[in-house]
Design a protein around this ligand. Sequence first.
Ligand code: SAH
Ligand code: SF4
Ligand code: F3S
Length: 481
Amino acid sequence: MQDSFIQAGKEQQLVPTTEPERQYYFMELLRRHNEKKSTELGRALTYHIETFGCQMNAKDSEKLAGILETAGYVPVDSEQADFVLYNTCTVRENANTKVYGRIGYLGNLKSKNPDMRIALCGCMMQEPHVIEKIKKSYRFVDIVFGTHNIYMLAELIWRRVSGQKQVFEILDGTSKIVEELPSEHKYRFKAGVNIMYGCNNFCSYCIVPYVRGRERSRKPEDILAEVKKLASEGIVEVMLLGQNVNSYGKTLDNPVSFAQLLREVEKVDGIERIRFMTSHPKDLSDELIEVMRDSKKICRHLHLPMQSGSTEILRQMNRKYTKEDYLRLVEKIKTAMPEISLTTDIIVGFPGETEENFKDTLDVVEKAGFDSAYTFLYSKRTGTPAAAMENQVPEDIAKERFNRLLALVSEQSAKLTAKHTGEVAEVLVEEQNEQDASLMTGRLSNNLLVHFPGDRSLIGKLVPVKLEECKGFYYIGALQQ
Ligand code: SAH
Ligand code: SF4
Ligand code: F3S
C-alpha cells in the first residue's frame, strides 16, 4: 500500500539519504497520495500559509509554498483549507500572543473538518516553553517544526499521513544549507534572496540568535545562480536578506565581503533594482558606501537600526557602537549619497533607560533625519540577558516616552517625505490600489509609495511618475509619457 510504503523495511532503502533528493522523493510520495485523495473528494486539496514577522519568514513561506505546491496542494486565501500552516514570529511578546489566539481559532475550524491538518513552524517553535504549551493545550496541532528544517516539510507531512499522531521535529541548530528546493513567488517582478541565515550578534534584548541559530552565509555562486534564475523569470528587483548583511561572507571558506557580493549582483542582466536588509551599523564598511554610491541599481534607501541614541544603553544592548559612532556613520553616508533615504528601528524602555538616556535617542533622531522609523516598546524575551536585568522600566513611563518619540519621528518623516513634491521619479509598479481600482501603486528607489492613475498592464514595469501631492507618508502622482 502506498501509505505504508516508507515504513516497509525493503522500500526504506529506496529513500535517498542526501538532500535535496530526499525531499523531492517525499514530495512525489505526497503528490501521489494527494492525487488519490483529491479524486475521492472530487476537488483539489488546498493549503493556506499565514506568515508572521519579518522578511526572513516571508521568504521561508515562499519556500514552504513551493514544497506544498509540488506536493499537489493548491493555494487558498483563507484558513478554510485542508492544510494550514502558521509561520510564526517571537521577536516581541505581542507577536507571540497573536499567534496563540489564532491557533485557538484553527482548533474550531478543525472540529468542523476533521481531515484538516494544522502545522506550526517558525521562530516561536524554537522556544521550549512554547512547545510545552502546544503539547499540553493544543493537542489538535498535527505538525510542529522549527526554523532549521523547513526544507523537510514534505517528509514531516508524510510522517503524519503515514499514521504518526503528532509530528514534532525541532532542531537546536544546523550548519546545513539545503539548496535547490522549489519556491513560489508572491510577486512576479520582485523577490527576496537569502544571502545568510542566523545571527551571531546577541544584542542583549533580542531572541533572534536563539531561534535562528548561528550565522551562516550562502556561497556567492549559489546566490548569483539564484539571482540569474530570477532575472530569467522576469524578476527586476531583488532584496538580499540577512539579519546583518554587512557581516556577509566572513565565515565562508573563501571569504567575500558584502560589498563584493553586491558588485556581482549588479552585473546580472535583467535585475534593475537591488535592495538589502538589515544593516548593522557596527559592520557597515566604507567599501559598501562606495559600492552603493557608484551603483546604478542599488536603491537609494538604507535601513540602519539605531535601537537607542544613548551610548550607555547601546553598551547595555551589546550593540558595539556609540551615539557618536552612529551619527558619524550617518554623516558619511549622507555625504556620499545626499539623496539617500534613511530609515531605522528604535526600542524605547530598555531596562535601566533613564529620561537622560531617552533624550539622547530624541537627539539622534533630530540630528540624523530619518525618512521613517519603526519604534518599538521594549519587550522582555525569556532567555535573553536583558530579561534578567534589574530596573525594568515601568510600562507607563515607557509608553509616555514612546509617544513623544513617535510624535518627533512622524513630524520629521512628514517633512522629509514632502520635499520630493514636483520631482519626476522612476517607479516600480507593484499593484492595483486596494481602495481605488483606478489607481496603481508603485515604489520609488527610496522606498516611498506613490499612487497614480493607471492600469494593471503596468504591474512589474519601471515607469516615470511625477510626484504631485504629498499625503504624509505617500504621494499621489501622474504617469509621465
Ligand atoms: N537584525 C536586525 C533586526 C531584527 S529584529 C538588526 O539588528 O537591526 C527587528 C527589530 O525588532 C530590531 O531592530 C529591534 O528594534 C526590534 N526588537 C528586537 N527585539 C526586541 C525586543 N525584545 N523588544 C522590542 N523590540 C525588539
Ligand atoms: Fe537581533 Fe541584534 Fe541579531 Fe539584529 S543583530 S537579529 S537585533 S541580535
Ligand atoms: Fe520574528 Fe523570527 Fe523574523 S522572531 S522578526 S520572524 S527572524
